[in-house]
Design a protein around this ligand. Structure first.
Ligand code: IMP
Length: 193
């Protein structure tokens, strides 16, 4: 079985990716390999940040690995917060404050179209590969639902009426940006066998 380090400290992401991948690949967390560093994400693109995190692990631990970076891109805000989604309301990475700011920015705005975009960077035998997952949807006017994380309570994917936070993990993990990105990554790995 293939083994990869998933370069994230976000327990929600780790659980989502493990649930999506199932038993096909063995995933090690940063904690599993004893990495306690807060890996820098200083790029101004999702691709750059995902690569930065994966390269950090590959260079330091010499292990096959992947990392993701995700942004919520809101059409009426010209794609913001995008790559700055985690720090939208300040350095604190506070989801409540981020959602509050976004809802405030969109007050009175009719166009609520948005998309989650995830980029996965995979480093396998020293070679880099990128995979993208996008899910289109709309920003609600109020927070709804308790599951998931981040901006989930204010995002309704196209074709659904519930927010990611209302629909629960099982459905989110079938249709999400991260699911699409991970499926592409798995498909690529399958072509190697
Ligand atoms: P990062 O990829 O960890 O840098 O995430 C960027 C921002 O997007 C953070 O505020 C996350 O909480 C948020 N985020 C990432 N993935 C998701 C998701 O699947 N649902 C909702 N918010 C997310």
């Amino acid at each position: 079985m293939k083994k990869f380090v998933f370069a994230t400290n976000n327990i929600h992401k780790l659980e989502e990716v493990e649930a999506i991948i199932g038993k096909k690949i063995e995933i090690f967390s940063l904690k599993d390999i004893g990495c306690v560093t807060d890996i820098p994400e200083t790029s101004d693109t999702l691709e750059g940040n995902a690569l930065q995190k994966a390269r950090f692990i590959y260079e330091k631990y010499h292990k096959d690995c992947f990392a993701d970076d995700t942004g919520l891109e809101v059409e009426a805000l010209g794609g913001a917060p995008g790559v700055y989604s985690a720090r939208y309301a300040g350095e604190a990475h506070n989801s409540e404050a981020n959602m509050r700011k976004l809802l405030l920015e969109l007050e009175g705005v009719e166009n609520r179209k948005a998309r989650f975009r995830t980029v996965f960077a995979l480093i396998l035998n020293g070679k880099e590969h990128l995979f993208e997952g996008i899910v289109n949807g709309e920003i609600t006017k109020t927070r709804r639902g308790m599951s998931g994380f981040g901006y989930d309570p204010i995002f309704v994917p196209d074709g659904y009426t519930q927010t990611f936070a209302e629909m629960g993990d099982a459905l989110k993990n079938k249709i999400s940006h991260r699911a699409i990105g991970v499926q592409k990554l798995c498909k690529f790995l399958n072509t190697l066998q």
